[in-house]
Design a protein around this ligand. Structure first.
Ligand code: HEC
Length: 165
């Protein structure tokens, strides 16, 4: 039913284009689901968290101007619509498997994601296409940010934990 709904949405959005084949449609739908339950929209889609998990499709993953500030400087969730549409599938899988990012990006989630799920995320972003502008560039520690930021205090050493292997 959801495949049908998504297929219908695709046809309504792009009436002149043919809907992707069923196998690809299933990957697109899986990717769409992963973006929602994997928390990707929370940071990479502007306004998503403030709108209770709702944002127009056009805004999905277009990055955010909200800065995340802490000991690492200030980072901004990049525009993944631009980033992933510039990579082919194998480049994306290799990148996601090995990437390290500054906080608060949970890069370990991508490092540990199955190849099928990484492929699903790539397929949905390809399906969405390029949109939006690049997010602001990250700033080094101590540099003042022009826009709004969320500040992370440095936790006391006793509060730091490490992951047991
Ligand atoms: C808590 C906020 C947050 C969440 C949740 C989050 N991200 Fe990020 N993400 C960021 C920030 C901030 C950066 C930039 C980090 C930096 O500049 O070092 C980033 C960077 C990235 C990058 C690297 C882009 C590049 O050009 O180097 C990718 C890919 C990415 N995120 C994908 C995802 C995906 C997929 C999910 C969901 C599974 C996700 N992110 C969840 C905040 C988040």
């Amino acid at each position: 039913m959801r495949t049908f709904t998504l297929g219908l949405m695709f046809l309504l959005t792009f009436p002149a284009a043919a809907a992707p084949p069923a196998g690809e449609m299933a990957l697109i739908e899986r990717g769409r689901y992963l973006l929602e339950i994997g928390g990707c929209h929370d940071c990479h889609t502007p306004g998503y968290t403030m709108q209770g998990g709702n944002a127009p499709k056009d805004a999905w993953l277009t990055g955010d101007r909200l800065g995340w500030q802490g000991a690492w400087g200030t980072t901004y969730a990049p525009n993944l619509r631009l980033r992933l549409n510039d990579m082919d599938l194998s480049t994306w899988v290799a990148f996601a498997r090995t990437m390290k990012s500054r906080p608060p990006m949970p890069y370990w989630a991508l490092n540990r994601m199955s190849e099928t799920d990484l492929s699903a995320i790539w397929h949905v972003v390809k399906w969405l296409g390029k949109a939006g502008d690049p997010a602001p560039a990250a700033l080094p520690a101590g540099a003042a940010a022009a826009g709004p930021v969320v500040r992370f205090p440095e936790p006391p050493p006793s509060a730091k934990t490490s992951r047991p292997d």
